[in-house]
Design a protein. Structure first.
Lengths: 362, 43
């Protein structure tokens, strides 16, 4: 099914006789049960763009590439750095903006500006009963009623199918500087990244890989960036050098180190200070690591047959999702009973027939 | 609320409260217009 507008989308959902798999660009496919594919690509195009107000309203099936091109024309961008995981997941096609919102997909700049959901001002979606719902608006200060915008971001299409999304966008800063220190192990890197994040220098990226070392990014006006990069390097001590970073940050964002490399890929969300301990515990099964968000996000490349219990057992807190590969145990992290009750209740309310993206989110 | 949201929009929001507070015990008179929530509060 490929509806061409919101009304057709609502009709398609109302008429659905069984499970529906919502597909934007088809660039992700983890944990989906079979069902009739419902493509959102027919709902494409920019509804409203006011560069002066930093506001963008687009239909959910619009390709991310198109959104980025429109914004780039005014030297603006989506602040949360949309990841491109096609290489990692071995998928073709191009992400849609609705898919990005449904996955709450956010890149390295999350440590500074928040996730996709924090840029999201409003949504229109069709719930599982085929009813069109709107929530939020085109401004930050919209305080009436409940905030369903945040609920929809990251709901993986389980509560409704997005038809339109509104964003607060960001002007592309004049300058960027990346500091790099090679030869740090995970523990030393997390300590340095934490020190940088705790500084007043407004860091917009804090990552580490075993081979590439620790990376810290600052962005803004040229004079400010030069001062902050210098002050950070001084504060962090010897070994930190300013390097050309754009390609490196793209690599971190897209986890390109794991693209085309055999093995299962896990995405761990942990307390940054727990990351070195988790990596040490999982050392025997780990083939490669990409750490972002100052340690809060760990991408792990492990042997294909590694059981989920091995990965999850090593976490003192947080959660782990298997984004690529197969293995024993569920891809999505099992929820605590109290949370599971709320999740199940929300799904039952928004999708009473239980047809939307079965198998997503556990 | 009634100006900004349609009936379906408010219904979607109230369904969230149904999950977190099925008996509408917590601040039942807040956020939503009383006329809209009467049936839920009385139930």
């Amino acid at each position: 099914m490929r509806p061409g507008n919101e009304t057709e989308l609502a009709e398609a959902i109302r008429a659905a006789a069984g499970p529906v798999v919502v597909r934007g660009g088809g660039t992700r496919a983890i944990g989906l049960a079979p069902g009739v594919v419902l493509e959102t690509g027919g709902l494409a195009g920019v509804e409203l763009y006011e560069p002066g107000a930093l506001t963008l309203v687009v239909r959910a099936g619009t390709p991310v590439a198109e959104v980025e091109a429109v914004l780039a024309g005014e030297r603006q961008r989506l602040a949360f750095e949309v990841p491109d995981l096609r290489g990692l997941l071995g998928r073709e096609g191009g992400s849609t903006i609705g898919g990005v919102v449904a996955a709450n997909a956010s890149g390295p700049r999350r440590v500074q500006v928040g996730a996709a959901r924090d840029s999201l001002l409003g949504v229109r979606f069709i719930d599982g009963a085929g009813v069109i719902v709107k929530n939020g608006g085109r401004v930050m200060k919209n305080v009436t009623g409940y905030d369903l915008v945040k609920l929809m971001a990251g709901s993986q299409g389980t509560l409704g199918v997005l038809s339109e999304v509104s964003f607060k966008v960001q002007a592309v800063p004049e300058a960027e500087a990346t500091l790099c220190c090679k030869g740090l192990d995970a523990a030393a890197a997390v300590a340095a990244l934490a020190a940088a994040m705790g500084s007043p220098f407004d860091v917009s990226g804090a990552a580490w890989t075993p081979g590439g070392g620790a990376l810290i990014r600052v962005e803004g006006l040229a004079g400010s960036v030069a001062y902050r990069a210098g002050a950070l390097a001084e504060r962090l001590g010897p070994g930190w050098e300013r390097i050309e970073g754009a390609a490196l940050w793209r690599g971190i964002r897209d986890v390109s180190a794991f693209a085309g490399v055999a093995g299962a890929v896990w995405r761990l969300s942990v307390k940054p200070s727990d990351a070195p301990g988790v990596l040490a515990a999982l050392g025997p099964v780990t083939r490669d690591v990409v750490m972002d968000w100052a340690g809060g996000l760990v991408w792990l490349l492990v042997d294909e047959a590694t059981p989920a219990a091995t990965i999850r057992g090593a976490l003192p807190g947080g959660h782990a999702t298997r984004v690529r590969g197969s293995g024993d145990g569920p891809a999505f992290p099992p929820e605590e009973p109290a949370l599971a009750r709320l999740s199940t209740g929300l799904r039952a309310q928004f999708d009473p027939r239980g047809i939307l993206n079965q198998g997503m989110m556990g | 609320m009634g100006v900004q949201f349609s009936g379906a929009d408010m219904e979607a929001q109230m369904r969230v409260k149904d999950v977190f507070d099925p008996k509408w015990l917590l601040n039942p008179a807040k956020v939503f217009p009383l006329a809209v929530t009467a049936a839920r509060r009385d139930a």
